[in-house]
Design a protein around this ligand. Sequence first.
Ligand code: HSE
Length: 425
Amino acid sequence: MTIKIALLGAGTVGSQVARLLKEESELLSARAGAPLELVGISVSNIDAERDPWIDRDLLTTDSTALIEKADIVIELIGGVDLPRKLVLHALRSGKSVVTGNKALLAEHGPEIYDLAKEKNVDVYYEAAVAGAVPVVYAVRESLAGDTVRAIQGILNGTTNYILDEMTTKGLAFEDVLKVAQDLGYAEADPTADVDGHDAAAKIAILASLAFHKRVHIDDVHVEGIRSITAEDIAAATTGGYVIKLIATATQDDTGKIDVRVNPTLVPEAHPLASIGGSFNAVVIEAEAADRLMFYGRGAGGAPTASAVLSDVVAAAAKRVVGGRAPQEIVLGESEFVSADDSCSKYFIRMKVKDHVGVLAELTRYFADAGVSISSVHQEEIAADGDVSLTVTTHSARAADVAATIDSINQAQTAEVVRVLRVGDE
Ligand code: HSE
């Protein structure tokens, strides 16, 4: 029995999957329990330049015909509409599917999981979240005996790389983005990275697995890093924080879920503060296990291919010995914390004219909205008496913080420059 594999897409990750399938053929086949054979690679342009290990005889533009020839279909095309069509076609035809497509799963996961269940076939997606870091397996299988309370992660390598370079080298956002693209971390359209949508799709997938509730990408509150400036980073550093794009998923005691992606001030002592470069890290708080941390390469061709191939081996082994992969488990309707009720500590940076009573006036707006101040830091920024004032709050409702900012703006007491969430210790 030979397990036939169709590869849809030969981009940064697809090409590395083809290389490893070739170079590690013997080892992967031994682990799967049967020889693995790559029967074709579908691409949009047959004549495009390819890596030297890509066998041109395997290239085709006919994805549908290729799917028919395979037992396992690896989808690494990117985008949503075409992959959705092809993945549904593969499942309808009884093929196992391995995908690294987080956007597809965060938008159309239920349709895909339902069809897979109906057709008695499996969908694997370790590569969709945090590249090489085996966090899908961890949440779905390793923690199946525990209750996950919260997940907090750096799930986008491009933005972590950008923020890290801005922090450590004082570089400008645009210059670092270009390097991240050249290094192959960024999506073809880096908007998905810098505006937080890539991380949002990943945290939606993890939240669904952890809480056994369906979480769509539109349920995630998303804020990207485009507006973060050198001044924000300097102010955060002064306060003992590092700015990171943090994706979080929490479930409170009433079962309400809060899933979000925000540039966040992470206390320097927190394990996520030290994650540099394009690395990803995920911290999981589980009831019995307590705190777990996963760390590794979340982007790039070979690291992501590692996760794809682990799924290929698992899917192939199931084909050989029978049985099913773990299924989607939905244990109830999803209820979400409203945007207004979402609570966090906040860091508010303002520009203020330094005169008698200004601090008293400002702090009154916080008190009036029921927002408790935790610290205040003032620094002179110009000879004419302009000062930079940063206020950090205790945990407060988003709506109460917004009301405070509205009052400050209306009274023109200060110019509010930036409002950022602050993570816990
Ligand atoms: N572009 C993503 C990142 C990798 O920078 O982390 C794939 O999701």
